[in-house]
Design a protein around this ligand. Structure first.
Ligand code: ADP
Length: 600
């Protein structure tokens, strides 16, 4: 049995636990992959939003370039056009902007001082950008070159001669309160921390990919035909579109658009990313202070704008602006992951528990089968012994009488012994046969109207004499007859004989057998009481099981087959009654048979 337990543990339970653990781990991995996918999906979307913002900016710049070309086509005198450019630009280009032009000598032709005198915006423009545009002062800028839109890197080294030591612009002065300028990052001394900190951020991504250059306008425009320069002035983002038209390559026409004046572009752009139904995520375009410029669904509020789920920098076209995605229910991912993990853990634990339970049930059944097999083996040896003992007596007394003539008294004694022993033999054989019949449901009871009192009298009288001879005191306390029942006479007699013979068999020193019969709750009760060994409490139920013996022959020396009580109870139940055991007060056993009274 112990070996089977080990086999079960090693071959069934252990692999089940290991498989369960692997299943849990793979579920966790799946969850991780799912999370990664979601992150990637949202990151792709943020990138797409950022790309469409860049595209919108490029279209704006191109539309400015077309406007300039249209003007040049109408007015081929480039210089004249340049001088009046600030006033002429609004005629062909609708966007609110300050147009400017730079002549071949690098001097600003427009807005002219006359225009600046009457136009506040132009005056402010000259004040803030004049020195930079006519290249007397370098500035920190984010340049994007020409038609390709590529970012102009390493401006500092290219333009080293013309660079003056730039003052830190306003933008950085104010940002330094919230962003610590990095001291060292790999290979990039200019890197700054992003103000927006996506949750799904790896170490690298916390640094802005933007690389500002400190340069003069002339250096930025030297080798290109058109481009864009972004710059922070007084904490506001200015976007400068410029063009060196092929018709007049020595002139630069440009315009300055404040980022705030592009507001009309974004809502329509973000609307393309709207979803139907309950939105799972909120898409937002954030400015350089991480304030939402536009959102989809429109008007989203109450989010921690600086901590989106994922975000993507727009780039040098609008520096420090970001396309960000927020989860509508930030805990949804973690909740579903936890739910999935819990369900899996529950399923695995359930499966392992079921396997363990199954194993335990199989083991219990095997144990029962083994016990039954053992009992059957005992039964065979018991029955053989039981058969041998009476046969030996019968044979011995028959031979005694045969060998020598005996006195009459002895002869009668021998004959009585032979009769009792052959009755015992018959009973044993009947028990075995009956048990086999009952097992195959072949035993049929011939029930008829009976007076149980009469039947008990017959059995009791035939036993009483024998019991008295064996030294027993006997007494029958009876309720008055009749005890009408419907039953099989032989079968009921068999119960009584079995109980009386057990009472005799299991009695030791105190030899006292009592018979009580009374009527109670529609039944006739027959109790047989002895002062024998009694049944150990733990065996009280089992003695009614086939082959079970509380006192085995070896230790008690009392012969038996373990079938008598099994048969007796089955017969009682077949009559609608019951047979029970209880310990007798003062020691011994009390078996009570109850059979329903027959009422016509
Ligand atoms: P057996 O042939 O072994 O007597 P039974 O089915 O008649 O078989 O009884 C089953 C077991 O019940 C016995 O082995 C014995 O241990 C216990 N038993 C039955 N009757 C008595 C009794 N009167 N006193 C003590 N034990 C009894």
């Amino acid at each position: 049995m112990k070996k089977s337990v080990w086999i079960f543990l090693l071959i069934v339970l252990l692999p089940a636990v290991v498989l369960g653990w692997l299943a849990l781990r793979s579920a966790d991995e799946q969850r991780f992959i799912l999370e990664r996918r979601t992150t990637e999906l949202f990151q792709t979307e943020a990138d797409a939003v950022a790309a469409s913002v860049r595209e919108a900016m490029t279209i704006e710049r191109q539309s400015f370039g077309e406007a300039v070309r249209r003007l040049l086509a109408d007015r081929p005198d480039a210089e004249k056009l340049a001088r009046d450019f600030s006033n002429t630009l609004p005629e062909v280009w609708q966007r609110k902007a300050v147009g400017f032009a730079i002549g071949p000598d690098g001097k600003i032709l427009a807005p002219s001082p006359a225009t600046a005198a009457t136009n506040k915006r132009a005056a402010k423009f000259l004040w803030e950008n004049g020195a930079f545009l006519c290249s007397t002062q370098a500035a920190v800028v984010y340049p994007v070159a020409g038609k390709t839109g590529s970012v102009q890197r390493n401006m500092k080294s290219d333009a080293s001669q013309s660079l003056t030591k730039a003052k830190a612009p306003e933008f950085y002065a104010s940002q330094s309160k919230t962003i610590e300028a990095p001291t060292t990052t790999e290979g990039n001394q200019d890197a700054t921390l992003r103000l927006v900190r996506p949750q799904e951020l790896d170490g690298e991504a916390q640094w802005s990919a933007l690389m500002p250059a400190t340069a003069e306008f002339a250096v930025l425009t030297k080798d290109e035909d058109e481009g864009m320069v972004a710059r922070f002035v007084q904490d506001k983002l200015d976007l400068i579109f410029w063009l060196r038209p092929p018709e007049a390559r020595t002139f630069i026409f440009g315009c300055l658009v404040e980022s705030a004046d592009l507001r009309d572009l974004w809502p329509a752009l973000l609307a393309d990313h709207a979803t139907t139904g309950e939105p799972a995520r909120i898409v937002a375009l954030l400015d350089d202070k991480a304030r939402p410029i536009a959102t989809t669904p429109a008007g989203a509020t109450g989010l921690d704008w600086k901590s989106p789920f994922v975000a993507s920098e727009i780039g040098e076209l609008i520096p420090h602006w970001e396309a960000a995605i927020y989860l509508a229910r930030p805990t949804a991912l973690a909740d579903s992951a936890r739910g999935l993990h819990r369900t899996f853990a529950f399923l695995v634990a359930g499966a392992v528990a079921l396997i363990a339970l199954g194993g335990w049930l199989v083991a219990a059944d095997v144990r029962r089968q083994l016990a039954l097999a053992q009992q059957k083996t005992d039964f065979v040896s018991n029955v053989s012994h039981e058969l041998k003992t009476p046969l030996t007596s019968i044979r011995m007394f028959a031979e005694l009488m045969h060998d020598r003539p005996q006195p009459l008294e002895k002869q009668n004694q021998y004959l009585r012994i032979i009769t009792v022993e052959s009755e015992r033999l018959t009973r044993l054989i009947n028990n075995v046969l009956d048990f086999a019949k009952l097992g195959r449901n072949q035993r049929h009871f011939e029930k008829m109207h009976l007076d149980l009192h009469e039947l008990i009298t017959r059995v009791w009288e035939s036993h009483e004499m024998h019991l008295r001879d064996a030294g027993f005191t006997t007494e029958w306390t009876a309720a008055p007859a009749p005890y009408p029942i419907l039953g099989d006479e032989d079968a009921l007699a068999q119960i009584l004989v079995n109980l009386l013979s057990n009472a005799e068999k299991y009695s030791t020193e105190r030899k006292d057998i009592q018979l009580h019969t009374w009527l109670e709750a529609g039944s006739i009760k027959v109790s047989i009481l002895d002062r024998g060994t009694g049944v150990p409490t733990s065996d009280a139920r089992k003695i009614f099981e086939a082959f079970y013996r509380a006192h085995d022959s070896l230790s008690s020396g009392i012969q038996g087959s373990g079938l008598g009580l099994t048969l007796a109870r089955q017969i009682a139940q077949a009559h609608g009654g019951e047979l029970t055991y209880e310990p007798r007060e003062g020691g011994g056993s009390r078996f009570t048979l109850s059979i329903p009274i027959y009422t016509a």
